[in-house]
Design a protein around this ligand. Structure first.
Ligand code: F6P
Length: 743
C-alpha cells in the first residue's frame, strides 16, 4: 500500500509541475497576443480620431472638440479620451475619465517631447486600463498636442484566469485518471500476481494439490524469472513432502513396532551414526550391598521408556552418576556398557559435587521447576544460588556431550527433561551442525504460571536452541508457544507449530511417550489370574477376593494421599467389601533430601496406618504399603493379577504406570482408574476417568471397578491394550528420529 501511495503521489507531483509549467507559458503567450491586439485596435482608433481632432484643436473649438470626444468615446471597451495641448493641459475629455488627466500627464509630456506614441497599463477603479497616448501635429508639421485613449483591459485578466482555471480542472481530472490507472496497473501487474504467488507458495508449503494449476494462471512478465525459480522449488518441496508423507504412512501403516524394526529403521536412517541421549537420571546405578557391587534400575518413566530404545540403538547415554558405587565400575572416560547383565549401549557418567547436586537437582529443578510445571498448589521455590548451579551443571553436561561428538558430523542428540533447559542452546552454540531435540517429560503450564520463574527468558532461550521440542500432548505444546509468545521476541507459526528466533527455527510437537510392547505378558507358563492373585496376597500375609495396585514414586504430584482417602471412603460407603478388597501400594521414596518429600513419605505411611487401624480385622487389612525401590520384575506379577489399578495424579505429563498396568493385565480382566489430569488419559479413554480431588466419586469408581461386568472389563481393556501396543515406545522413538532427521 505504501509503495502504491508513493507512486501515485510522485506521478501527481510530476504531472502537476508539467501542467503548471505549460499553463504559465500559455498564459504568457496569450497575454502577449491580447495586449498586441488591444494595441493594434487602439492605434487604428487613434488614427481615425486624429483626423477630426487636429482641425478642431487648431481652431480652438473646445466645445465641439469635447462633444466630439464624448460621442466618439462611446464605443466597446473604450473607456474614454483625453486631448492635451502642447503644454500638457487637457483641452477636451470624455466625462467619465476627465478626473484622470493628472494621472497620465507624465506619459503625455513624454509623448509630446519624444514625438512618439507611448502606452501603459494602470489600475483605475480596480480595473486594468490600457492607456495609449500619441502626439499630433498641426498643418505646419509642429507638435500641437497629444491624444490619449483609455481602453478597458480587464478582459485580459479574465481570459488569463480562465486559462488557469481550465488547466486546473484538467489537472484534477488527469490526476484522477492517473490514480485509477495506477491502481489498476499495480493490481493487475504487481499486487495481483504477488498475492497469487503468495497463495501458491502457501499451498506448496501445506502440500496442497492445486499447486500445479496455479502456476498456469499466474500471468505476469515481471515475475516470470521468480515464478520459474519457485517452480523449481515447488518440485523439490513436493518431492520432499512426498517422501516424508510416505515415511509417515509407512510408520503408521506398518503394524506393530518392535525392537528389531526400530533397529533396522535406525540403521537405515542413521547409518553407523550413534544416537546421544542426555538425562539427569542414569538408567542403571551401582550400589554396594553386603560388600558386593550390585546394580539397580531407578524408578521413573524416563528410564522405563528410553532404556529399550537405547538397547536397540547402541548409542551413548550421558547421565549423572548418582550411585554410591558408580565410580568403581567405569573406565577412565567414565564409561560403562549397560545393561550390566546384557551390555548393549554405553553409559557415560558425569560427576557432580554435593553442592551442584543440591543446587541444580534438588533446588532449582525439583523445588523450582517441578512444582511450577505441575499445577498441584505446591509453591515453587527459586533461589539465586540454585539457578547458578543449574547453569553450571548444564555447562558441565554441555562439555561432556561436546567431547563425545567431537569427531562426529551432524550428530543426533536427544536432551531429556527439565533438568537441561539450557543445554540445547549450549550445544548449538558450539556445534550448529548437530541436530538437537529436547523432550520435556513433565507438563508445561500456561504463560501466567510459567512466568513465575525469575529466569523464564533464559530457560526459553536455552530450549529454543533445539531444532525440535517435544511434549507429551498438544496442550503442552500450545502452552509452550503461548509462553514464548509472551516472553520472547520471536516469530511463531501456529500452522507449522514452529518458533523462529534469530534465524533459527524450533519445531514444537507432541510425542506421547509409551512403554515397550514386551510389557504385554505372554500367558504361557503363567497360572490363572486368580491363582496368581491368591499366591501374591498370601505372600503379603493377607487374604481377599479383590486386589488393587498402585505404583508410584512418593511425590505430591501423584495424588497418593487422595487415593488413600478414596479407599477409606470406599470402605465407609461399601462396607460389604471389608475383608474382600486389598490395595497394594508400591511407593518408591524419592528426592528425600527435600523436606516436602520426607514429610509426604511420613504422611503416606501414617495415613495407610490410620486407615488400616480403622478397618483391619484379624487376617486382613485394607492397604499394604510397600515402601522401597522395587524392580519391574517384582511389580509385574501384581500388575498381572490386580483387579484394578489406581493412577490418581494431581497433574502428570504422561504416567507410564497406567500403560504398564494395561499392557500387563492378565486375561484382560482388570480396570484402570485414571486421573483426568494425566497425559495418559488422552489415550486411554476406556479407563474409569476420575478427578482425584473428588474423593466421593473416586470411592464410587473403586466400587464400579470391582463390580464391573466381566465382558465390559475385557472390552475396555482390549481397546486400551491395542492402543498401547500400537503406540509403543519404538514407534515414539521412530517418530522422534524421523522428525529430527527431516529438519
Ligand atoms: O516425570 C519426570 C521425571 O524426570 C521422569 O522422567 C521420571 O520418571 C521422574 O521424573 C524421576 O524423577 P527423578 O529422576 O528425580 O527421580
Amino acid at each position: 500500500m505504501k509503495i502504491t501511495l508513493r507512486l501515485i503521489v510522485s506521478l501527481i507531483i510530476i504531472v502537476a509541475l508539467v501542467a503548471i509549467g505549460f499553463s504559465y507559458y500559455q498564459v504568457k503567450i496569450e497575454r502577449q497576443r491580447l495586449v498586441g491586439e488591444l494595441e493594434r485596435r487602439t492605434i487604428l482608433l487613434s488614427e481615425s480620431l486624429e483626423e477630426s481632432v487636429i482641425p478642431l484643436a487648431q481652431s480652438k473649438s473646445f466645445i465641439k472638440l469635447n462633444r466630439f470626444v464624448e460621442r466618439f468615446g462611446n464605443r466597446e471597451r473604450l473607456l474614454g479620451i483625453i486631448i492635451n495641448n502642447i503644454h500638457g493641459e487637457a483641452i477636451a475629455s470624455t466625462k467619465a475619465i476627465s478626473g484622470y488627466a493628472p494621472l497620465i500627464l507624465p506619459q503625455v509630456l513624454n509623448s509630446i517631447s519624444e514625438k512618439r506614441a507611448i502606452h501603459s497599463f494602470k489600475k483605475i477603479d480596480i480595473k486594468e486600463v490600457f492607456i495609449y497616448t500619441k502626439s499630433f501635429e498641426d498643418e505646419e508639421g509642429n507638435i500641437a498636442g497629444a491624444l490619449s485613449l483609455f481602453q478597458d483591459a480587464s478582459f485580459i485578466d479574465v481570459r488569463l484566469s480562465e486559462i488557469w482555471k481550465y488547466n486546473f480542472i484538467r489537472l484534477v481530472i488527469l490526476s484522477i485518471v492517473i490514480v485509477v490507472i495506477t491502481l489498476l496497473v499495480i493490481r493487475w501487474s504487481i499486487t495481483g500476481p504477488i498475492a497469487q504467488i503468495a497463495e501458491w507458495i502457501r499451498d506448496m508449503r501445506l502440500g496442497n494439490e492445486k499447486v500445479k494449476k496455479k502456476t498456469k494462471t499466474i500471468n505476469s512478465d515481471v515475475f516470470a524469472p521468480l515464478i520459474k525459480e519457485i517452480n523449481h522449488l515447488a518440485k523439490t518441496l513436493t518431492l520432499a513432502q512426498k517422501s516424508v508423507e510416505e515415511e509417515r504412512i509407512r510408520l503408521d501403516a506398518e503394524s506393530l513396532w518392535n525392537a528389531d524394526k526400530l533397529k533396522a529403521y535406525i540403521s537405515e536412517k542413521l547409518g553407523d551414526k550413534k544416537l546421544f541421549v542426555i538425562s539427569n537420571r542414569e538408567p542403571y546405578l551401582h550400589l554396594k550391598e553386603e560388600g558386593k557391587i550390585k546394580f539397580a534400575v531407578p524408578p521413573g518413566g524416563l528410564v522405563t521408556a528410553l532404556d529399550p530404545v537405547m538397547r536397540v540403538c547402541d548409542g551413548v547415554w550421558i547421565a549423572h552418576g548418582s550411585g554410591e558405587a558408580d565410580r568403581l565400575v567405569v573406565d577412565e572416560r567414565n564409561k560403562i556398557r549397560v545393561p550390566p547383565d546384557n551390555p548393549s549401549y554405553t553409559l557415560k557418567r558425569v560427576w557432580l559435587t554435593k553442592e551442584e547436586e543440591n543446587g541444580y537437582y534438588y533446588g532449582f529443578a525439583n523445588e523450582g521447576i517441578w512444582p511450577l510445571c505441575h499445577i498441584t498448589h505446591e509453591r515453587p521455590i527459586f533461589r539465586l544460588d540454585d539457578w547458578t548451579y543449574y547453569q553450571k551443571v548444564n555447562e558441565k553436561f554441555g562439555l561432556a556431550i561436546l567431547e563425545e561428538i567431537e569427531d562426529i558430523e551432524s550428530p543426533l542428540i536427544l536432551v531429556q527433561d527439565y533438568h537441561f533447559a539450557l543445554l540445547p542452546y549450549l550445544i548449538k552454540e558450539k556445534r550448529s551442525d548437530a541436530k538437537v531435540a529436547i523432550f520435556w517429560h513433565i507438563p508445561w503450564p500456561n504463560p501466567e504460571t510459567y512466568g513465575i520463574c525469575p529466569w523464564v527468558r533464559e530457560m526459553l532461550i536455552g530450549m529454543l536452541g533445539a531444532d525440535l521440542i517435544g511434549f507429551h500432548i498438544q496442550l503442552y505444546c500450545n502452552n509452550f508457544l503461548d509462553t514464548v509468545d509472551r516472553f520472547l521476541e520471536s516469530k511463531i507459526d501456529w500452522e507449522q507449530f514452529s518458533i523462529s528466533r534469530k534465524g533459527h527455527i524450533s519445531y514444537v510437537k507432541p510425542f506421547p511417550i509409551s512403554i515397550s510392547p514386551e510389557f504385554s505378558v505372554n500367558n504361557n507358563n503363567i497360572p490363572s489370574k486368580d491363582a496368581l492373585k491368591e499366591s501374591l496376597l498370601k505372600e503379603m500375609d493377607t487374604n481377599a477376593s479383590y486386589m488393587g495396585v498402585g505404583v508410584d514414586r512418593i511425590d505430591y504430584t501423584k495424588g497418593i494421599l487422595e487415593r488413600f482417602r478414596a479407599i477409606e471412603r470406599f470402605f465407609e460407603k461399601y462396607p460389604q467389601f471389608i475383608e474382600r478388597f486389598v490395595f497394594i501400594e508400591f511407593g518408591a521414596p524419592s528426592r528425600t533430601h527435600i523436606k516436602r518429600y520426607r514429610e509426604l513419605l511420613a504422611q503416606t505411611e501414617e495415613m495407610a496406618d490410620n486407615i488400616n487401624w480403622r478397618f483391619q480385622t484379624k487376617n486382613w487389612k485394607p492397604i499394604v504399603f510397600l515402601k522401597g525401590n522395587h524392580s519391574h520384575e517384582r511389580i509385574m506379577p501384581f500388575y498381572m493379577a490386580a483387579d484394578m489399578c489406581m493412577v490418581t495424579s494431581l497433574h502428570d505429563g504422561m504416567n507410564l504406570v497406567a500403560k504398564e498396568y494395561v499392557a500387563s493385565c492378565l486375561e484382560d480382566s482388570g480396570v484402570l482408574i485414571l486421573s483426568q489430569f494425566t497425559g495418559a488419559s488422552r489415550e486411554l479413554k476406556d479407563a474409569l476417568i476420575v478427578n482425584p480431588y473428588d474423593i466421593e466419586s473416586m470411592a464410587d469408581a473403586i466400587y464400579l471397578a470391582l463390580t464391573m461386568d466381566e465382558e465390559e472389563k475385557k472390552t475396555r481393556m482390549k481397546k486400551m491394550k491395542e492402543n498401547i501396543m500400537d503406540n509403543n515406545i519404538y514407534r515414539w522413538a521412530a517418530n522422534l528420529i524421523t522428525e529430527l532427521t527431516r529438519l
